[in-house]
Design a protein around this ligand. Structure first.
Ligand code: NAP
Length: 301
């Protein structure tokens, strides 16, 4: 049995691709490693997805997955360990099984890089966040810190400064990867304090985050915060694609505007591809484009 389209990854990009693929009458399978809905299922509340006002990430993910299933998209759980292409057909390996398809849409996302500090897992989703635009509103009028020195950290600190009483920007060096103009603008904000040449040692608290301990120039320092925003980059889930499609030095998949890669029939969508803005809405946008372009490609075969 040969599928028209196999989608790898059941997050918003993969599920949107599934919805469009099935409505284009393509025989479609989605393979998901852990939770249908992807990263968004970790957000306690989503308030920036048009049409839903306020919804839990888990519920939104379930709704997307249900919609894809009702439209006839097949789905399985499993981790893809190998993708090969012979002539016009892709072979996708999951455990001992092989699935065949004319098109693959790769939408496995990217995982936020963790800091690997004490209590990071304990407060995940309840005081430690990897997405300021998703969770910032929960810290209105509170004190938070942002960890990182890239554009994401600078943008996050700027965004949070408009909501929170106080924002500490904690960076391990005294110069920034983020654009100087952004850094200058952030320095002008009265409620933002920069703590440089400092690394996070631990996040502290009983039931909720109460403070962080820093190593600042060989001395330990504790500051009181209600929330910690980690913005130290992402790690795309592309290990199995090395030597298969071109990747950026950071491991993201390079695509053109139609989300094609140089391998005919292999598309990338969502956070896993090289792009500037990684949000729920841009992921569903990518899934839409990839499925429409993939369907057009299938019609030419
Ligand atoms: P990034 O540019 O890779 O920056 C990551 C930051 O985290 C760096 O400052 C790095 O410190 C720090 N870091 C990494 N690992 C760390 C660790 N274990 N402990 C403490 N600090 C750590 O990542 P990003 O900010 O997410 O940006 C990714 C890409 O998207 C960039 O190309 C960026 O320009 C782009 N972007 C653009 C915009 C925009 O234009 N509006 C917005 C967001 C992102 P070091 O500097 O010391 O290595």
């Amino acid at each position: 049995m040969i599928y028209d389209i196999i989608i790898i990854g059941g997050g918003p990009a993969g599920l949107s691709a599934g919805i469009y693929a099935s409505r284009a009458l393509k025989k479609t399978l989605i393979i998901e490693k852990s939770v249908f809905g992807g990263q968004i299922t970790q957000a306690s509340k989503v308030e920036n997805y048009p049409g839903f006002g306020e919804i839990s990430g888990m519920e939104l993910g379930e709704k997307m997955a249900d919609q894809a299933k009702k439209l006839g998209v097949e789905n399985i759980y499993g981790e893809v360990t190998k993708i090969e292409k012979n002539k016009e057909i892709f072979t996708v390996t999951v455990g001992q099984k092989e699935y065949l398809s004319k098109v693959v849409i790769y939408a496995t996302g990217a995982s936020p890089r963790k800091l690997q500090v004490e209590n990071e897992e304990k407060f995940l989703g309840s005081g430690i966040s990897y997405c300021a635009t998703c969770d910032g509103a929960f810290f209105k009028e509170k004190t938070v810190c942002v960890i990182g020195g890239g554009n994401t950290a600078i943008d996050d600190a700027n965004y949070l400064a408009n909501l929170c009483k106080k924002v500490y920007l904690i960076h391990r060096r005294d110069s920034f990867r983020g654009e100087p103009v952004k850094v200058s603008l952030l320095k002008e904000k009265e409620n933002v304090e920069f703590i440089l040449n400092a690394t996070l040692k631990s996040v502290n608290g009983e039931d909720k985050v109460q403070s962080v301990t820093l190593n600042e120039q060989n001395e330990e320092k504790e500051i009181k915060v209600d929330g910690v925003f980690v913005a130290v980059g992402h790690v795309p889930n592309t290990k199995i694609l090395e030597n298969f499609v071109p990747l950026t030095p950071n491991g993201y998949i390079k695509t053109n505007y139609e989300l094609e890669t140089p391998v005919a029939g292999f598309y990338a969508a969502g956070d896993v591809r090289e792009k500037q803005v990684r949000q729920l809405t841009t992921a569903t946008n990518d899934g839409t484009i990839a499925a429409i372009k993939a369907s057009e490609y299938l019609n030419t075969l």
